[in-house]
Design a binder for this molecule. Structure first.
Ligand SMILES: O=C(O)CCC(=O)C(=O)O
Length: 303
């Protein structure tokens, strides 16, 4: 406390005084030594400081010190902290089969990519299944929404000009069958899947490139992540074939998957990070229309 003595002569003056560097250093040293703020305040008062000036000095000093510590920690951390990878769903294609039997169907393996992990499958759905899903979804379509990053709710977004709806998991016979097929293909429990979403794009409608995982830095993600953890994989199923446009693009790797009725495009992302290269979007439909069903897979049971 000696170092402050030169700055205080009487109570009137103290109220005008600035907080000297020495006083700041002393306050920080007390805090680092674990001395309670009330004890520091008492020490300041007993050496002649007015209570209100001392409180202000304490508050400002400790706040500035905290801010400086945060800034130092941020500067020392890697610029872009990458989360640890987690297990993801995947299809049994290690030995490059041309066809795989998934429960009741033979499915063709058309294209695979390692990074991002993308698998394009032919004939994942029958024509009849595609038609049934469109017929069930059609009357329930509404303007598509996206997740509101602030609240975790949903909002209409200009980046997404399709119309859409969600089925409950296992809502009808065909939905249940398709969900079991997805679970068998990817060795991932049915319970970890969100309800199937169906999207309908008219000419000009699109879904601009985006990530499907929830970025934990967004305040709204916490409540979403409580319902089964992160999304770790997406299976898109094309329910019809637009005449032109409507491909699913992966801009980081220049890949475009053609939307062919009955085909499916699977991709996974083992962390909520751009390094997964899982950025993707639905190109604008140029001619005709596009119907697609999306199954998002979570780390754990989705409730
Ligand atoms: O319509 C598409 O091809 C992409 C859909 C999509 O990106 C999604 O549902 O997350």
């Amino acid at each position: 406390m000696q170092s402050q003595s030169s700055t205080k002569t009487n109570a009137g003056q103290q109220r005008q005084q600035y907080i000297s560097v020495e006083l700041r250093q002393w306050i920080v040293a007390q805090a680092q030594a674990g001395v309670a703020p009330e004890t520091v305040l008492e020490a300041m008062k007993s050496s002649g400081w007015h209570e209100d000036v001392a409180i202000k000095a304490l508050e400002e000093t400790l706040r500035d010190h905290l801010n400086q510590q945060v800034a130092e920690r941020q500067a020392a951390a890697p610029a872009d902290h990458e989360p640890q990878p987690v297990p993801v769903p995947d299809a049994p294609i290690a030995d490059s089969p041309s066809k795989i039997r998934i429960l009741d169907r033979d499915v063709t393996v058309l294209t695979t990519m390692k990074h991002p992990r993308v698998i394009v499958l032919g004939g994942f759905l029958s024509d009849d299944e595609c038609d049934k899903i469109i017929a069930l979804a059609g009357p329930r379509m509404a303007r598509s929404e996206t997740v509101d990053n602030l609240t975790g709710g949903s909002e209409v977004n200009v980046a997404r000009t399709s119309r859409g709806m969600f089925f409950e998991r296992g809502e009808t016979g065909v939905i249940d069958r398709v969900e079991r097929r997805i679970a068998a293909l990817l060795s991932w429990p049915v319970q970890n899947g969100e309800g199937l979403q169906v999207l309908h794009y008219q000419p000009g409608a699109e879904y601009k490139p985006h990530y499907d995982y929830f970025d934990p830095v967004h305040p709204g993600s916490a409540s979403i992540l409580k319902r089964g953890g992160q999304r770790v994989g997406t299976l898109l199923m094309y329910l019809n074939t637009p005449k032109k446009g409507g491909g699913t693009i992966f801009p980081d790797v220049g890949l475009e998957v053609a939307p062919i009725k009955g085909n499916a495009c699977f991709f996974s992302y083992d962390r909520a990070h751009v390094n997964t290269k899982s950025l993707h979007g639905g190109q604008p439909v140029i001619e005709g229309e596009k119907w697609v069903a999306t199954k998002w897979l979570r780390e754990r049971e989705f409730i």
